[in-house]
Design a protein around this ligand. Structure first.
Ligand SMILES: Nc1ncnc2c1ncn2[C@@H]1O[C@H](COP(=O)(O)OP(=O)(O)O)[C@@H](O)[C@H]1O
Ligand code: SF4
Ligand SMILES: [Mg+2]
Length: 325
């Protein structure tokens, strides 16, 4: 297998300082927020890579940098061997760009309310001068809606149906990579499963590769080939789902799994994640998880743990060997 996406040492900071005049008058320093820090991973062709982490952990920022909507502060993203930020061959760049699509969390906000579904779905193809006759009708059927829906407007659909329309639009330009940013988080649980199944089927049918972003480990368990766990902008653990669920090594992954709803459906005493997520403007020293970690030692406050391979996983924890369960 070859990597379709190669992410190396990817970092992104945001300047969240007050306007310069205030800063000058109040003698305030510049404030930088580190949203993503030194993240490296590969996504194999035709596989699903899931990025999981609590709100604010940097998932969307990574997604946006991968599709080229945001510039990295440092590091690189290569898709099909092309660095979207540095490639100078414009034809090649256009080619790679057209292989990438993104699906967002909010299917209400991402569909133009004044356009008919036909035009919404065909727009990416029409913009490139491609043939759109019958395209929307065909894609609507492929995502479990009907050809007649092409004449309707977005408000005539439920949330789940709208997300299907977003999926149809993403498929229209025949992409190879789809970055899905919490595509089912806004949907009811029962509808979530249907949309996930659909996306899974379409992946096989069209030979797609997904970067699937979610705050919920259980959502990605059955779909992902590889799961990367993010904490405060850093990858803290990466493994295939079986390894991750059977032997989570990072204490943060262990906490996420404990917080996940029980799969038997009964006695769902959900343990909420313990402790507060630290401020990314002023992150803890050493291992950023140390203030919440039940097994932290002195070293954890002083030295940042590197991501290193242990068995089938990559883990960033000084005590990863001891903490496996
Ligand atoms: N445009 C921006 N300006 C300033 N801070 C931002 C911006 N976008 C994201 N952030 C901050 O970066 C961090 C990561 O955000 P995000 O990638 O949206 O996380 P997630 O998708 O995991 O919830 C958060 O602390 C967020 O507040
Ligand atoms: S490095 Fe230390 S603080 Fe961080 S997760 Fe491991 S044991 Fe906990
Ligand atoms: Mg997000």
């Amino acid at each position: 297998m070859t990597a379709l996406v190669r992410v190396r040492d990817l970092s992104r900071t945001f300047d969240v300082s007050k306007p310069w005049l205030n800063r000058l008058l109040e003698r305030l320093p510049k404030r930088l927020l580190t949203a993503v820090s030194d993240v490296s991973f590969d996504i194999e062709e035709r596989s699903v890579y899931a990025l999981v982490g609590e709100s604010g952990s940097g998932k969307s920022t990574i997604g946006r940098m991968i599709v080229g909507l945001m510039t990295p502060s440092d590091g690189t993203v290569e898709i099909e061997g092309v660095d979207l930020m540095r490639e100078t061959d414009t034809a090649r760049l256009r080619e790679v760009r057209s292989d990438i699509q993104m699906i967002f969390q909010d299917p209400y906000a991402s569909l133009n309310p004044r356009w008919k579904v036909r035009d919404i779905i065909a727009e990416p193809v029409a913009a490139k001068g491609g043939a759109t006759r019958g395209l929307a009708e065909r894609l609507l059927e492929q995502v479990g809606l009907s050809a007649a829906d092409a004449d309707k407007f977005p408000h005539e659909f439920s949330g789940g149906q709208r997300q299907r329309i977003c999926v149809a639009r993403a498929l229209a330009s025949e992409p190879r990579l789809i970055v899905c940013d919490e595509p089912t988080s806004a949907l009811d649980v029962s509808v979530q499963a249907q949309v996930l199944n659909l996306m899974s089927d379409l992946k096989d049918e069209f030979g797609l590769t997904y970067l699937f972003i979610s705050h919920d480990l259980t959502v990605v368990q059955h779909m992902a080939d590889t799961i990367g766990v993010l904490y405060l902008g850093r990858l803290v653990e990466e493994a295939d789902p079986d390894t991750l669920f059977d032997t989570p090594r990072h204490p943060y992954t262990q906490m996420l799994l404990e917080a996940a709803p029980r799969m038997d459906g009964f006695g769902r005493e959900v343990v909420p994640p313990q402790g507060e997520i630290p401020d990314p403007i002023d992150p803890p020293t050493g291992c950023a998880y140390h203030p919440r970690c039940p097994i932290a030692i002195r070293r954890c406050t002083e030295e940042r743990p590197e991501l290193r391979r242990i068995g089938a996983a990559r883990v960033a924890c000084h005590r990863a060997e001891e903490s496996a369960r």
